[in-house]
Design a protein around this ligand. Sequence first.
Ligand code: BGC
Length: 775
Amino acid sequence: MKKQIPFFYPTIKIIILLLFVLCFQKIKSQQIQQNPNLDPKIEKKIDSVLTLMNLNEKIGQLVQYSGQWDATGPSTSQGDQQILKKLKKGEVGSMLNIYSVNSIKETQKIVMENSRLKIPLIFGYDVIHGYKTIFPIPLGETASWDLEIMKKSAAIAAKEAASSGLNWTFAPMIDVSRDARWGRIMEGAGEDPYLNSVVGVARIKGFQGEDLSNIFTVAACAKHFAGYGFAEAGRDYNTVNIGLNELHNTILPPFKAAANAGVATFMNSFNDIDGIPSTGNKFLQRDILKGEWNWKGFVVSDWGSIGEMIAHGYAEDKKQAAQIAMNAGSDMDMESYAYEANLEKLLNEKKVSIEQINDAVRRVLRIKFQLGLFDDPYKYCDEKREIDNVYTTENLAFAREVAKKSIVLLKNEKKLLPLSKNIKSIAVIGPLADDKDTPLGNWRGRATYNSAVSLLEGIKKSVDKNVKIIYAKGIDLIIPTVEKGENQFLIPLKFNTTDRSKIAEAVEAAKKSDVVILVIGENAYQTGEGRSQTDIGFAGLQNELFDEVYKVNKNIVLVLMNGRPLELSRVSELAPSILECWHLGSESGNAIADVVFGDYNPSGKLPVSFPHNVGQEPLYYNQKNTGRPYSDKHVTFSGYRDAPKTALYPFGFGLSYTTFSYKNLELDKTEISKNGKLKVSVEVTNTGDRNGEEVVQLYIRDLVGSLVRPIKELKGFEKISLKSGETKIVSFTINSKTLEFYTANKKWEVEPGKFDVWIGGDSTTTLKKSFTVSE
Ligand code: BGC
């Protein structure tokens, strides 16, 4: 007999279903409410868009193409025509490398006027240290230790980029990097996790402002997640072999700070960590970033990094690569063409889930909603704003401020600097002395070729009319491998190692002058992506030029322009004055002249250690002690037989035209509980005859830990101004945030025990006190 179904069964089913839906919605809305980063209104809108989308449209949102298209749209090449078709069908989420209001508007129009759902594109670009007004390279700018100016320079870069139609920058890079051989060291904030964290947050706040929907802000991108700066032997893209301690205590803190600061996007990295490429690293992206940190933005792959898992030997083909990347939480595929070709198949084969795809799409849409692109897809596209806001006199003036604060005075024997503006004669010598391009550095956005103020120009503007300036290039640093103004980004440099014909003229100039300003270092493209080097000295004939000039005039102000720590041992013994001037951007020459002639008293401090020689790399101040830290009696200790184990110029170091003294380091308590806090203060006095600025730095050491702790760790700093003779008391609070670390228990906690604390003007400071943390 057929089983009778009671009449109320369907009703019960419906009620249960309704309850389930209600419950689910409640949980979801609670999650949204609990997460302050989520706006319930936006989440609702995303829900409604998601329900309308078909699978191809969803996958399309996870696809990003590069297109260097001109104003009229894509070229007729097959690839570009393919992209055009996809855009029309609404199967592209983002484009990169399209710039200018006109081009961006035209591209957006293709989507808005042809696609079914009209989901606007998000336009990304590498706005790394300026869009058209160029600021110092990030490593150089970090030397200012001035978070406010870094925030403001990012805000100006964002305003210029947003006024040109863009809404997303692939910055800041917050990879802790301790290896001067690695070319990309120029893009970050140096070797210290704390410094990378606070600088990263300042830059993110500058780019994103208070409100992503503001027409002058752009979405930022914390990159490269993770470990990219630890590429073995400083070789770009290389493997990374680190354990959990290094990962959590050194590499991840800046990323966690970025996530907490609400960075809109993350970019993963090319390297593998312990055998797993970051792009396919579920532990990093799903468990830590999206899980533990509960971060709600989207992860873009690095350029082609999904496809590169094949070359890594981690995926057999693009299909498997797409599967691994999606499972690992890589949301958007930059230029691998792996998602568009494979996600549907993978879904049908149940190798990826629709929940994963929906979550990735939701994340992309969320940022588009936050930017306000759904309200007005052309909101960043206003020709007038582009003309009014880009490369303005005001922006350039600020670039000069930032540049002069980024300069680090490394040496100043017998107070050769500052020079008098009435000095009789100056020889300005060197391949970079009148170089208007090198100061723009690598990753220079839309900078115009040769548009920086050269140092020669800056000097001429600064000195009295009757000062005799003799310029002599001395040597060419490189032999061009591209036409003037053509993009050198991918093309190797070739150094001049044979043509010495201009050296004699430089020697003559040096002979005839009271002082020589010798400008050497690195070409703009010696650092940046793919620019790793095993030699970090002066390339080409620069050493020879130095020697020949030094023979006839020892009054040398050595001005260095470079993107990485250089090996300076020899020149630092000989040259009486050395200024580290990085690649300082559009206003380089004016800013350096401000410092050379004393209109600005230098205040920069190194964000990275400068070694005695390259064999010490990777070199960083916050090393571990090892079981054999030091012995002067025999050889069996951890060091080198042919070089010191410490830096030539240490982390945090930089001189001023005045001097500062530190005394009376005081603690208000010498014992605190794990959740307690104490105040540490010090008296800083300007003991010289000029007003100046000083970066007061706080370091601690946790003496015994469940994991071996570094011998010193930066935990705070304050940049102060002091008039000549003035004293200020600077104090810091030490609390559980200062003392905690990722312990052997695999969590962030404070371990009781003894701690040392130092305050001083660089990482070698010896002014120390101790305190104890009890249970
Ligand atoms: C770099 C990224 C950059 C991307 C887009 C990659 O090669 O590693 O840092 O954002 O290209 O230009």
